[in-house]
Design a protein around this ligand. Structure first.
Ligand code: NAG
Ligand code: NAG
Ligand code: NAG
Ligand code: NAG
Ligand code: NAG
Length: 707
């Protein structure tokens, strides 16, 4: 679907030439800056220039490994990673920055101007009590024991009233009702603006969370026994240590229980995330079955009468579901769940469920690797997203940034719309896609109408009780969707402190947390803004145009489906070859979709940047603007800089035991590297900008492109 217009071929060459000359005289520009703003901008430009150069490895060949060229020195400027440490990425740095900023905001006193903000004060108090509470004390012990008793006990602990009539379905339903926990049974309530109260569609799904990391908890991953065994052994030790520290148990008392918990989870994982890790099954997928709310006995019967679905749903939603529709989304998972629930002894089910709940209540075991203040800031964001979001927004929103980002959005959307004008798409398909794009009117920012925590009794009580109230409050908020269809549902998806964008029905919502350096600064040149924010916006819009499984106008058009299927296969082959040197062994459909939208995002953002350049008149004021498109002392053209900065927004570092031997080149082919090299390698203009000959690693002849 790629089409290089005449514009993209000729224009950049001329402009690059002008700009290349201009980058040699940055001093002259600096001296002209007289007012504070320009001086500030100059300081920022110098700092950014130094940063770009610092992370690059100029020895590397950009046509062989662009990641190394742009990010080769990035890791050496990060803290040294030890075994077990989480990898560092630009995203994780940004998340950390936001966490620090939120910590600072929560540490400050409540605003005293105007009406005293009760909500703000309550939330700050919650944060403070989280900071100072002892991680284990008699208060905490008492709280835990009460909690365990309330949910039918734990066989490990005498005196918690556990007995053989333990009803696991009822316990997980009550944990969902009170706290929104999704153990064993996943559930989503799908509302539309037309849903009547209590009439939403309820989907039964795999649970979204697991003890094992996501990529290890899947049907495909479980087959890789060596990888999984290494992780499970570690996790088993950690579970045993947790149980020892919470209840003062001895090592030998906890070993077997920890082993049971892990084994049980592995059995669950065996049937999870199949579409992300196993080859698609040849026989046609059965349509997801839909059951009437009054007919749930049939659903239970279809799954061996092990799970009383009516009771589960009515308990967890605290309401009748007689008038709802229930869609069974993951039949293979539920068949398996029914089987292992029947085969495993009750104590194993109990231990699994209760361990997961207790792990959410207690502090992380190792407070050196998870410092308390950061953890508490995160809890506060999780439980009171609206209050913290509003505080964050009041501190960081700026109308000029908003306007700037909105303009970028318009340019990107316009460019995407134009690039749909390709021959292999039918007229009808082009029209359908363009209309679809029109619905996404603008860039949206979280708005806050104030919540009311007045009745939330957070004061005068210890942290454990406060946290319990907060967790229940969050569970209650989530349940609101079922009753009444929350009109503000869309607006609750992204908070001001979030560092991501999300596609909604009428636009893309972005958190203010994303509009911070290194991703964004008001004084960045357009080359930087288009390279950093541009692909994020374009990627969301492109994703909206890729047909999904649901039957829509898009999936009915054969020309769209054919292109989409071809492009998917192209990426599958490319990525399988890259990772494993065998075509067709990579199955994660979500990842393939991500590669496709990532690649579209980069292509569109670069085209949009060229479009912006073309609108500039290289005289007068525009000339001044164009002069700032490069960075002082960085001898790359503005368009080369675009790709370098794009790559640098994806640098990462992770712990490696030893350098992989160089005679096994495939060992250095990682997902993170492909996210830079693979995406750039599929971009035609990239190769031209860096003069990469066709057939070099960064300019393969089997490019995959969509838009
Ligand atoms: C599949 O890819 C998605 C997107 O990259 C990722 O979040 C998910 O963990 C992957 N699934 C598995 C089972 O690895
Ligand atoms: C469940 O509903 C009843 C009656 O409507 C109500 O009194 C009770 O507080 C609700 N329970 C929860 C946990 O929301
Ligand atoms: C906690 O984490 C730190 C840093 O990762 C590590 O050095 C330390 O050994 C850990 N302590 C325990 C008790 O696991
Ligand atoms: C899709 O792939 C098939 C088989 O490789 C090819 O014949 C067809 O022309 C491709 N269609 C498009 C629109 O690229
Ligand atoms: C994989 O299956 C899950 C659960 O059924 C579904 O939510 C998800 O959208 C599917 N992913 C893809 C890429 O089809």
């Amino acid at each position: 679907m790629h089409k290089s217009g005449p514009l993209t071929r000729t224009l950049p060459l001329t402009l690059n030439f002008i700009l290349a000359l201009c980058s040699l005289v940055p001093q002259a520009v600096a001296e002209r800056g007289t007012n504070g703003r320009e001086r500030e901008e100059q300081i920022m430009r110098n700092a950014k220039a130094a940063e770009v150069l610092r992370y690059m490895n100029r020895e590397a060949d950009p046509c062989n490994n662009f990641y190394d060229f742009a990010c080769g020195n990035w890791a050496s400027h990060q803290p040294t990673l030890l075994e077990g440490d989480a990898p560092i990425s630009v995203q994780s740095q940004l998340a950390q920055r936001v966490r620090k900023d939120v910590q600072m905001l929560l540490d400050g006193g409540a605003r005293s101007k105007g009406r005293t903000n009760l909500d703000e004060r309550k939330v700050k108090e919650f944060y403070k009590s989280c900071i100072v509470v002892e991680r284990s004390s008699s208060l905490q012990q008492a709280f835990l024991m009460n909690f365990i008793k309330e949910y039918e006990g734990l066989p490990l602990l005498a005196g918690t009233n556990w007995n053989m009539n333990y009803d696991w379905v009822q316990v997980v339903a009550r944990l969902r009702l009170n706290y929104g926990f999704d153990y064993l049974i996943g559930m989503e309530v799908v509302t539309t603006e037309h849903s009547l109260p209590g009439k939403a569609v309820i989907q039964l799904t795999e649970p979204a969370t697991s003890l094992l990391p996501r990529h290890l908890c899947s049907g495909g991953a479980i087959l890789d026994t060596r990888l999984v065994e290494k992780h499970t052994a570690q996790l088993q030790i950690e579970i045993a240590l947790d149980l020892q520290s919470w209840f003062g148990l001895k090592e030998e008392e906890t070993e077997r229980v920890a082993g049971d918990i892990i084994r049980f989870e592995l059995e669950l994982c065996q049937y999870m995330r199949e579409n992300e890790s196993l080859p698609p099954t040849e026989n046609d997928e059965p349509e997801p079955s839909v059951y009437e709310g009054r007919d749930l006995a049939r659903l239970s019967k279809d799954f061996g009468n092990i799970i009383n679905f009516r009771r589960y749903l009515e308990t967890s939603l605290n309401s009748t579901v007689a008038n709802s529709e229930i869609a069974m989304k993951s039949p293979a998972y539920f068949k398996n769940l029914a089987r292992i629930a029947r085969l495993n002894p009750r104590p194993t089910l109990t231990n699994y469920i209760m361990y997961r709940a207790l792990a959410e209540i207690n502090f992380p075991r190792n407070e050196t690797s998870t410092p308390r203040a950061g953890y508490c800031a995160q809890l506060t964001m999780r439980f009171f997203p609206k209050v913290v979001g509003e505080i964050y927004k009041n501190r960081y929103q700026r109308s000029e940034i908003r306007t700037d980002a909105e303009q970028l959005f318009d340019k990107i959307k316009g460019t995407l719309s134009e690039s749909l004008n390709v021959n292999d798409l039918s007229e009808n398909a082009q029209r359908t896609l363009r209309n679809k794009l029109l619905a996404f009117e603008r860039l949206l920012f979280p708005i806050y109408k104030g919540v009311n925590l007045r009745d939330l009794p957070l004061e005068h009580t210890n942290f454990w009780h406060k946290q319990d109230i907060a967790m229940k409050f969050k569970g209650y908020k989530e349940r609101q969707r079922f009753y009444g269809g929350d009109p503000d549902l869309d607006e609750s998806l992204v908070e001001a402190f979030d560092i991501r964008m999300q596609l909604l029905d009428n636009g893309i919502m972005t958190g203010w947390g994303l509009l911070q350096p290194p991703f964004y600064d008001y004084s960045y040149a357009k080359s930087l803004k288009y390279a950093l924010l541009g692909p994020l916006i374009a990627r969301e819009l492109a994703a909206a145009l890729i047909p999904d499984e649901l039957e829509t106008e898009l999936t009915r058009d054969d020309s769209i489906m054919e292109i989409f299927d071809n492009v998917t296969e192209c990426y599958r082959t490319q990525y399988s070859n890259y990772l494993y040197n065998i075509p067709n062994v990579f199955y994660n459909a979500s990842k393939l979709r991500e590669l496709m939208t990532d690649s579209a995002g980069l292509n569109i953002a670069f085209k949009a940047y060229l479009g912006w350049l073309a609108d500039m008149v290289p005289t007068g004021n525009d000339r001044q603007t164009l002069l700032r498109e490069t960075l002082p002392g960085v001898d790359f053209t503005n368009t080369q800089l675009f790709f370098i900065v794009f790559a640098q927004s994806r640098c990462h570092a992770k712990y490696v035991k030893e350098m992989p031997p160089t005679f096994l080149p495939l060992d250095t082919h990682t997902e993170e590297l492909f996210n830079v090299n693979g995406v750039l390698g599929n971009n035609v203009e990239f190769a031209r900008e860096f003069g990469c000959v066709l057939g070099t690693d960064m300019n393969p002849d089997d490019k995959c492109t969509m838009f």
